[in-house]
Ligand binder design. Structure first.
Ligand SMILES: Nc1ncnc2c1ncn2[C@@H]1O[C@H](COP(=O)(O)OP(=O)(O)OP(=O)(O)O)[C@@H](O)[C@H]1O
Length: 713
C-alpha cells in the first residue's frame, strides 16, 4: 500500500509511513545484527563494563549514594523504596553507564541509552536477532548494564539499549498513580530537563509481569509520532524489583482538564485536541498497534498545547492472521465498547474508535458520557444512548454473551437528544464512532478526513490553546481531598455523597482505583480510583454469578479471585443466587467451572434478588475488605497472564502476548440488565444508600479504633 500522505498528515507533522510496513511489523520484532556488529557490541560492553568497574571502585560510597536518585531539595521527595544498600556504588551494573553523548557513542557501539527513534520501516526493533542463543543475548545485555532478570524475561524489549543512570535524575514529587505504577516528576541533572518517571514494580520478579511491561516497552519503541508519548529510556537496578520508564513530562491530562470547573473548551479547541488524538490513533493503527485503553486520563497535554497518547500498558499488536483469541477484559469500563462487554475475543482497532468517541463527547459535555457501575449497567447505558442493534445483529452475532445481553425491548438511539448542543458535523462523527456495530465506526484516517475537520470553526493551532494551571487527574483528586479535609465541608459532603465507600474501596484495594460514582461528582478523580478486580468489595461469587465491577485491567484478575475466596468463606450462601431469564433481558447462566448449568429461576423478582444479593454482598465484602484486602493485594498482585500464558516464549510472529482468553472464566454479572420500566434506577439508588450506610458505619468503626502511640527513640 502506498504512502499515506495528506494535508492532514502534514498538518499534524505526522511522519509518512507505509501501511504494509506497519502491518509487516506485526510479526518480526527482532533484530539481526551482523557478526561484526555483534563483535562491536561485545567489545563495547566490555569497555562499558571496565568503565563501570573502575568507576565504582574509584568512587567512594557516600551517603547520598544510598538512594538511586539524586537527592532533591524538596522534602517531599519520595525515596526509592526498592533500594538496597550498595545498589549504586557496589554493583557495577546497577545503573548502566550513560556518559556524555560522545563517550557513550565511542564505548557502546550500537547500544542506545535512550530512544533512538529511527521510527518507521527501518526500526532496529523490527529485525530478527542473530544471537546464537538466548543466553548469549542475556550475557550481552547483562554486560551492558541490564539486570539478568530483565534480560531473561524481556530481552527483546531492551535490545540495543543500555539502562539510564538513576543518579542522572533528581526525583521530585509524585504526579500520577496508575494500577501498577506510580509516576514522578524528575529533573535530568545534566540538562535540567523535566521528565516523567513511571515506576513499574514487579512482585517476585515474575516473568509474566515482566513480559507485560516488556510488551509496553516494545510497543512504545515501535511507535514514533509527535502525538504519542515517547519513551526516552529505562532506569533499572540489578537488584531492585522495579524499573523506571523515562518519558517526556506533560503538564496535564485530559481527565484533569475536563474535571476542572474553570475550563470549558471551545469548538476550535476540541477540534484541535481531536485532530491530534486521531493522528496518534491513526499512527498506532497503521503501525499495527491497538491501544485498548484510550481514556481521558491517558491523554496527556503539555503547556504548548501538544496532546500525546500515553499508557500503552494494555496495547497489543494486531495480527489478522492469528486465530488466537484476545482477551475481552481490556479498556476501562466507561470507555469499553459493547462488543468487549459482550465478551468478544476477536476484535480489531475499532475498539479504540469507540473509546475515542467517548472522549470526544466528554470534551463537549465536561463529564464522562457513559458511567456504568458494572459491565451490565454499562451495556445498558450504551443501548439506551446509542440504540440497541437490530434483530439481524443478534441473529448473526458470534459474540459469546450476545444472547444473554439481548434486550427484550429495542432501544432507539437517544444520542441526538443527549448531544443536541453539539455542532452537526461533530454529532455525525460521534454517531459513527459510537456505532454498536464495530465496522460502522470507520477508521482514524476517515475521521480525520470527515466533514467535522473541514468545516468552520477550524481547529486552532495547539500553540493557541490556553495555558492551564495544573490539572492532572491527580491534582483534581488532591484538590478534592484537601477540600474534604476542611472542617465544615467534611460533614456536609459525607452526608451528600457516599465518598466513604469509595475511600474504603481505595484503601482496601491498595491501589488507586475505584469506583462507582454518582452523577454530578467529579468523574476523573473517580476514574483514578475505579473499581478493579483487586477490590474485595466486588461481590464475585464462586461458581458463577455476581460481581459489581469492573473496569479493571486484566492484570488484576487474580486478585479478585483471592477476594472471591475470602468472600465465599463467609458468605457462601450467596453463591446459589440465581438470575432470571424471564424478563427484561434474556438471561442465561453459563455453566460453572465444573460444567454444571444453573437452574434459571423465574420472574423479575429473582432479578431484583440477584441485585439485592449483589449489594448485600458488597457490604459484606466491604467489611471483609478492610481485613483481607491489603493482604490479598500484597499476595496476589500479579498480572492476568491469560494473554501471555499461552506460549511463554515469543513465537515467530513475536505476538506471543496476544492470545488465550480466560478459559473457564466465570461470567460475572452484577445483576440483570433491566429495562427502565423495571425501575432499575430506583433500585440502584436504594442499594446505593444501603452501601452508604454500611460504609459510614465501617468508617466510624475504624475511626474509633485506638491508634498506636508514636514512640520516639
Ligand atoms: N509523561 C507524563 N507526564 C506527566 N504525567 C504523566 C506522564 N505519564 C503519566 N502521567 C500521569 O500519571 C498517570 C498514570 O500514568 P499511566 O496511565 O501511564 O499509568 P498506569 O499504571 O498505566 O495507569 P492506569 O492504570 O490509570 O491506566 C496519568 O494519568 C498521568 O496523569
Amino acid at each position: 500500500m502506498g504512502c499515506i500522505s495528506s494535508k492532514r498528515a502534514a498538518a499534524s507533522a505526522s511522519p509518512c509511513y507505509e501501511y504494509s510496513a506497519a502491518v509487516a511489523g506485526n510479526g518480526s520484532v527482532l533484530l539481526e545484527p551482523s557478526s561484526s556488529s555483534l563483535k562491536k557490541n561485545n567489545s563495547a560492553s566490555a569497555a562499558s563494563n571496565s568503565n563501570n568497574v573502575s568507576r565504582s571502585k574509584s568512587k567512594p560510597k557516600s551517603k547520598s549514594n544510598s538512594s538511586e536518585f539524586k537527592k532533591s531539595g524538596s522534602k517531599r521527595e519520595p525515596q526509592n523504596q526498592n533500594h538496597r544498600p550498595g545498589d549504586v556504588s557496589e554493583d557495577r551494573s546497577v545503573v548502566g553507564g550513560r556518559q556524555s553523548k560522545k563517550s557513550r557513542k565511542e564505548k557502546e557501539g550500537s547500544y542506545h541509552s535512550h530512544n533512538s527513534h529511527n521510527g518507521g520501516k527501518g526500526s532496529a526493533f523490527s529485525f530478527r536477532l542473530g544471537f546464537s542463543s538466548r543466553s548469549s543475548l542475556e550475557a550481552e545485555q547483562v554486560s551492558a548494564g541490564w539486570p539478568s532478570w530483565l534480560s531473561a524475561a524481556a530481552g527483546e524489549a531492551i535490545y540495543r539499549w543500555i539502562p539510564l543512570k538513576a543518579d542522572a535524575y533528581e526525583k521530585l514529587e509524585k504526579i500520577g498513580q496508575g494500577t501498577y505504577s506510580s509516576v514522578f516528576r524528575a529533573k535530568e541533572v545534566e540538562t535540567g530537563r523535566i521528565v516523567a518517571l513511571k515506576k513499574v514494580r514487579f512482585d517476585n520478579f515474575q516473568p509474566e509481569s515482566i513480559r507485560f511491561m516488556a510488551r509496553e516497552i516494545m510497543i512504545l519503541r515501535r511507535l514514533d509520532h509527535p502525538n504519542i508519548m515517547k519513551l526516552d529510556g529505562i532506569i533499572t537496578s540489578r537488584s531492585s524489583n522495579s524499573i523506571y520508564l523515562v518519558f517526556e513530562y506533560m503538564e496535564h491530562d485530559l481527565a484533569g482538564l475536563v474535571a476542572s470547573s474553570e475550563i470549558k473548551f471551545t469548538d476550535m479547541q476540541i477540534k484541535c485536541y481531536m485532530r491530534q488524538l486521531f493522528s496518534a490513533v491513526e499512527h498506532c493503527h497503521l503501525r499495527g498497534i491497538m491501544h485498548r485503553d484510550i481514556k481521558a486520563s491517558n491523554i496527556l497535554v503539555n503547556n504548548e498545547g501538544i496532546l500525546k497518547l500515553g499508557d500503552f500498558g494494555l496495547a497489543n499488536v494486531i495480527n489478522s492472521k492469528s486465530k488466537r483469541p484476545l482477551t475481552s477484559r481490556v479498556v476501562t469500563l466507561w470507555y469499553r465498547p459493547p462488543e468487549l462487554l459482550m465478551g468478544a475475543t476477536e476484535y480489531g482497532v475499532s475498539v479504540d474508535l469507540w473509546s475515542v468517541g467517548c472522549v470526544f463527547a466528554e470534551l463537549f459535555l465536561g463529564k464522562t458520557l457513559l458511567k456504568g457501575r458494572t459491565e451490565v449497567e454499562q451495556l445498558h447505558k450504551i443501548f439506551k444512548l446509542c440504540g440497541s442493534p437490530p434483530e439481524e445483529y443478534w441473529k448473526t452475532s458470534k459474540l459469546p454473551h450476545a444472547t444473554m445481553f439481548k434486550p427484550q425491548y429495542n432501544y432507539e438511539s437517544s444520542l441526538k437528544e443527549r448531544c443536541k448542543e453539539f455542532p452537526t458535523t461533530a454529532l455525525d462523527m460521534l454517531e459513527n464512532l459510537l456505532s454498536v456495530e464495530p465496522y460502522k465506526r470507520g477508521t482514524a484516517s476517515s475521521a480525520l478526513m470527515s466533514e467535522y475537520f473541514k468545516t468552520k470553526p477550524y481547529a486552532c493551532d495547539p500553540s493557541h490553546l490556553p495555558k492551564y494551571p495544573p490539572t492532572k487527574e491527580m491534582d483534581a483528586k488532591n484538590r478534592e481531598e484537601s477540600q474534604r479535609k476542611r472542617p465544615g465541608i467534611r460533614a456536609r459532603e459525607t452526608t451528600r455523597k457516599p465518598r466513604r465507600v469509595r475511600k474504603a474501596l481505595h484503601e482496601s484495594n491498595g491501589s488507586a482505583k475505584v469506583a462507582p460514582k454518582e452523577d454530578g461528582q467529579d468523574d476523573h478523580t473517580q476514574s483514578a480510583r475505579r473499581i478493579n478486580g483487586g477490590n474485595p468489595f466486588i461481590p464475585k461469587v464462586k461458581g458463577g454469578l455476581l460481581r459489581r465491577e469492573s473496569n479493571l485491567k486484566p492484570q488484576f484478575d487474580t486478585v479478585s479471585e483471592n477476594c472471591e475466596l475470602n468472600a465465599s468463606q463467609g458468605y457462601s450462601t450467596l453463591s446459589s443466587v440465581q438470575t432470571s431469564a424471564a424478563s427484561g433481558f434474556a438471561w442465561a447462566k453459563r455453566g460453572t467451572e465444573d460444567g454444571t448449568k444453573s437452574a434459571v429461576s423465574d420472574g423479575s423478582k429473582s432479578q431484583f434478588s440477584a441485585l439485592d444479593a449483589n449489594f448485600a454482598k458488597s457490604t459484606f465484602d466491604l467489611k471483609q475488605g478492610y481485613r483481607t484486602g491489603k493482604t490479598a493485594i500484597r499476595k496476589l498482585r500479579t498480572f492476568d497472564t491469560s494473554e501471555l500464558a499461552s506460549t511463554g516464549e515469543p513465537d515467530d510472529t513475536g505476538n506471543d502476548m496476544d492470545s488465550v482468553v480466560e478459559e473457564n472464566r466465570a461470567i460475572e454479572f452484577s445483576g440483570p440488565l433491566l429495562s427502565q420500566q423495571c425501575g432499575i434506577d430506583e433500585h440502584l439508588q436504594r442499594n446505593e444508600s444501603h452501601i452508604r450506610h454500611v460504609s459510614r458505619r465501617s468508617r466510624f468503626e475504624r475511626e474509633v479504633e485506638p491508634q498506636p502511640l508514636q514512640v520516639t527513640i
